[in-house]
Design a protein around this ligand. Structure first.
Ligand SMILES: [Zn+2]
Length: 635
C-alpha cells in the first residue's frame, strides 16, 4: 500500500472541518509557532511511557499551514519501519490556543493518544478486512478511538503538569471554531460532537481518573507514603483548589495535616493526652518535621485537618459516592483522640461507632485491607480498652496481613504497638507475674520499634520502672534495636556520571548552576517552583522546590549507587539500573521484607527501603528505576 493511501486512512484529526470552521489565508510559520509546539511536545513525551508496537520512537512534530484549524497523528513507512509523526496547524496555534501551552497540551496529547493506541494500524487493518463497506461500524469505531484519545490526552497533559483551566479553554475554543454539529452529524464525520466529548471527559467517573492523573495528586501520594507530610500537604491543597469536588484529595489533605500535627506532639503531650499507642503514620521526629512548633500553629493544623476530612465526607455525599469512607472516619476518630487541649473521647467514639457499623457488614469488612482493619482495631483500643477479644481479632488480621508481600515491616510496627498497649494494661495489674510479662513486652517493644517514635521514651520509662521493681538492672537506651538486613547507612546523595554530586536538600539553584538548565521542567504545581527537572543525558530526573527532594535514576545513563554498612570502614556494595532483581534483593531484602509503595503513579508499585532511603522498581527481572528520596527516620 502506498504511503499516500496510508496517510489517507491512518490520519486523524482533532476536528474534521467540512465547511465553516476557522480558515486563515496562508499565515507564516515562525519560530514562535515551532517553539511553543516543541515545548509542549517535549514536556508531554517526558511523562509518557514508550508505547508497545513502535520500532521507531519518539515521533516528530511539525507545524503545517493548510489554512484550517487541525492536528494530525500518523506514520510514514521507511524501509519497512513505521515512523510516527504529529502535525499541528498554524491556525490551531493562533486561533484555538492563542499560543497558550496549557491549551495546546490537550490537543497534542490527544494526537499522542492515537499513536499510543496504534489507532492508525487498527484502522488500516479494519480497512483491509472490510474496505469501505460497513461504514456504520467504521464510524462507531472511529468515535470510540476519538474518546479514547481524548482520555489519554487529558491524563497525559495533567501528568505533565498542565492545568484543568487549559483543558476547558481548549474544549471551548474547538467548539467555537466550527459549526456545532449534533451527535448524528458528528457520527457521519467520524468524530463525536464536542458536547459529547466534554461530557465524556468531565463526567463523574472520568473525573476520578482525571484528578488521580494530576501530577500533584501523584506526587502527593508519594510524599504521604514516604511520610513527608508538609510536601504532601501542598500537593493536595493544589488538587483541592483545582478540583474542589475531589473527595480523595480532601481525605489525603486531611491526613497530611493530621500527621503533621501528630509529628509535633512530643512525649509530654502524649503523657497528658493519656491515650494508648496509636498506629498511624505520624508521631515521629524527623529531620523535615516542624522544628519546635508554636502551639498556635499546631492547633491550626488540627482544625484544618478535621475540616478537610469532613469536607471529604461532605463531597462524597454530594457526589453520591458509594463508599463508607471507613478510613476517613477512622482518621477523624484518631483526630479527636489527640485534640488540642485534651482528648475528646465522646467524639472519637461517635466516629469509631460509624466505622464499626460499616464493618459489621461482613462483605464490606472482607474488602478492607487487613492491615488497615488491624490499625482501626488498635486505635479503637485507646478508648475501648485492650480486652482479649480485641487483641485476638487484631492478631488474626495481622497474621493474614503478613501473608501479603511487602507487609512484613508494617505488621511488625503494629505488633509492637499492640505489645505496648498490652504492656500498659498489664502494668496496672499488681500481680508480680503480670508485671514480669509487662517488663518482657516493653523490652520487645523497645527492640522492635525505632527510637525516633514519640512513644519510645514512654516505653523506656515504664521499662526502667518495672526492671528496678523486679530487681533487674535495666539496659541503657543504646543497647536496644538489634541490627538486621536493613542495616545500611541511608543514601543521601548521588554522584552523577559527569562527576557532579547532588544531595537531598541541596539548593536547587546550585544544582542548576552545576548542571545547566534541564532538558524539560515539569511543574508539579503550575506556577510554582515545585518541579521535576529532567536531564536526559545524565539519565536522571530531580524533584525539587527550592531544595532537592528526590533524585530519580531512570535510564542507562544514570550512575551506580554505593551503599555502605554503618560504622567506620563498613563494607560497601554497588547497586545499579539493569542489575538482576535477585542480586539487589540479596543485599537489601526482598518485597517480603520491605514496604510496597506508589511513588509517581497510582498504578505502579515501588519497593521502598525506608531506612536506606531508596525506592526501586523492576521490569523483566532487573532494576529499572531507583529513587533516592526518603529522608530516613532519625536513629
Ligand atoms: Zn482525533
Amino acid at each position: 500500500m502506498s504511503i499516500r493511501r496510508q496517510i489517507l486512512y491512518a490520519t486523524f484529526c482533532m476536528v474534521f472541518v467540512i465547511c465553516g470552521g476557522i480558515r486563515s489565508a496562508n499565515a507564516e510559520i515562525t519560530d514562535r509557532h515551532r517553539e511553543v509546539v516543541n515545548q509542549v511536545f517535549t514536556r508531554l513525551l517526558a511523562v509518557m511511557e514508550t508505547p508497545d508496537g513502535w520500532e521507531s520512537w519518539p515521533p516528530t512534530i511539525t507545524v503545517i499551514d493548510p489554512g484550517i484549524a487541525n492536528a494530525y497523528a500518523s506514520f510514514h513507512t521507511v524501509d519497512g519501519v513505521d515512523v510516527p509523526y504529529v502535525e499541528v496547524t498554524v491556525t490551531t496555534i493562533e486561533k484555538i490556543a492563542n499560543f497558550d501551552p496549557d491549551v495546546l497540551a490537550f490537543t497534542i496529547g490527544h494526537e499522542l493518544g492515537h499513536l499510543y493506541y496504534l489507532h492508525g494500524h487498527k484502522r488500516l487493518k479494519h480497512y483491509k478486512e472490510f474496505g469501505d463497506k460497513l461504514t456504520g461500524i467504521r464510524l462507531a469505531f472511529t468515535r470510540e478511538q476519538e474518546l479514547e484519545a481524548d482520555q489519554f490526552g487529558m491524563e497525559l497533559s495533567f501528568k505533565a503538569g498542565y492545568s484543568r483551566q487549559g483543558l476547558l479553554k481548549d474544549l471551548k475554543a474547538w467548539r467555537n471554531s466550527s459549526a456545532p454539529y449534533c451527535q448524528f452529524e458528528g457520527l457521519s464525520v467520524g468524530h463525536p460532537s464536542w458536547e459529547d466529548r466534554a461530557a465524556y471527559l468531565l463526567d463523574t467517573p472520568q473525573q476520578r481518573a482525571l484528578w488521580r492523573s494530576l501530577s500533584s495528586f501523584q506526587t502527593g501520594v508519594m510524599f504521604l507514603e514516604n511520610q513527608h507530610y508538609a510536601h504532601a500537604e501542598s500537593c493536595f491543597r493544589n488538587v483541592t483548589e483545582e478540583f474542589p469536588e475531589c473527595y480523595e484529595g480532601w481525605a489525603n489533605l486531611g491526613y497530611a495535616l493530621l500527621m503533621q500535627y501528630c509529628d509535633a506532639l512530643d512525649e509530654e503531650d502524649l503523657r497528658l493526652l493519656d491515650i494508648g499507642h496509636l498506629v498511624v503514620g505520624g508521631f515521629y521526629r524527623r529531620p523535615d518535621s516542624l522544628e519546635p512548633p508554636i502551639r498556635g500553629t499546631i492547633e491550626k493544623l488540627w482544625f484544618e485537618a478535621v475540616g478537610a476530612l469532613r469536607e471529604a465526607l461532605r463531597m462524597g455525599e454530594r457526589l453520591n459516592v458509594k463508599d463508607d469512607f471507613v478510613m476517613v472516619k477512622a482518621n477523624l476518630a484518631v483526630a479527636y483522640l489527640v485534640r488540642p487541649g485534651g482528648k475528646d473521647v465522646g467524639q472519637a467514639e461517635l466516629w469509631f461507632d460509624q466505622v464499626f457499623t460499616a464493618l459489621r457488614n461482613e462483605d464490606k469488612a472482607k474488602t478492607l485491607d487487613p492491615l488497615v482493619h488491624a490499625s482501626i482495631l488498635i486505635n479503637s483500643g485507646s478508648t475501648r480498652g485492650f480486652n482479649e477479644d480485641l487483641v485476638s481479632r487484631t492478631l488474626k488480621l495481622l497474621a493474614k496481613a503478613k501473608t501479603v508481600r511487602g507487609n512484613v515491616a508494617a505488621v511488625a510496627a503494629m505488633e509492637s504497638a499492640l505489645q505496648f498497649n498490652q504492656a500498659v494494661a498489664l502494668t496496672a495489674n499488681a500481680a508480680p507475674e503480670e508485671q514480669k510479662t509487662a517488663l518482657q513486652m516493653f523490652e520487645n517493644y523497645l527492640d522492635g520499634m525505632t527510637s525516633a517514635s514519640s512513644w519510645w521514651p514512654l516505653a523506656y520509662n515504664q521499662y526502667v520502672k518495672l526492671a528496678k521493681a523486679a530487681g533487674i538492672p535495666p539496659k541503657a537506651k543504646g543497647e536496644f534495636r538489634k541490627p538486621g538486613i536493613k542495616d545500611w547507612r541511608a543514601i543521601t546523595a548521588v554522584t552523577l556520571r559527569n562527576g557532579t554530586q547532588i544531595g537531598l536538600s541541596d539548593k536547587m539553584s546550585a544544582v542548576l548552576e552545576a548542571l545547566g538548565p534541564a532538558d524539560v521542567e515539569i511543574p508539579v504545581i503550575e506556577g510554582t517552583n515545585f518541579k521535576y527537572y529532567k536531564y536526559e543525558k545524565l539519565g536522571v530526573k530531580i524533584l525539587a522546590t527550592r531544595e532537592v527532594l528526590a533524585i530519580i535514576l531512570e535510564s542507562s545513563a544514570a550512575p551506580e549507587l554505593t551503599i555502605r554498612r554503618p560504622g567506620l570502614g563498613g563494607a560497601e556494595a554497588l547497586i545499579a539500573l539493569g542489575m538482576k532483581r535477585q542480586e539487589l534483593e540479596a543485599l537489601v531484602g526482598s518485597d517480603w521484607d520491605v514496604e510496597l509503595t506508589h511513588l509517581f503513579d497510582v498504578k505502579t508499585l515501588h519497593q521502598l527501603y525506608r531506612d536506606l532511603g531508596l525506592a526501586v522498581r523492576f521490569k523483566d527481572g532487573v532494576v529499572s528505576e531507583m529513587v533516592v528520596a526518603v529522608v530516613p527516620l532519625n536513629k
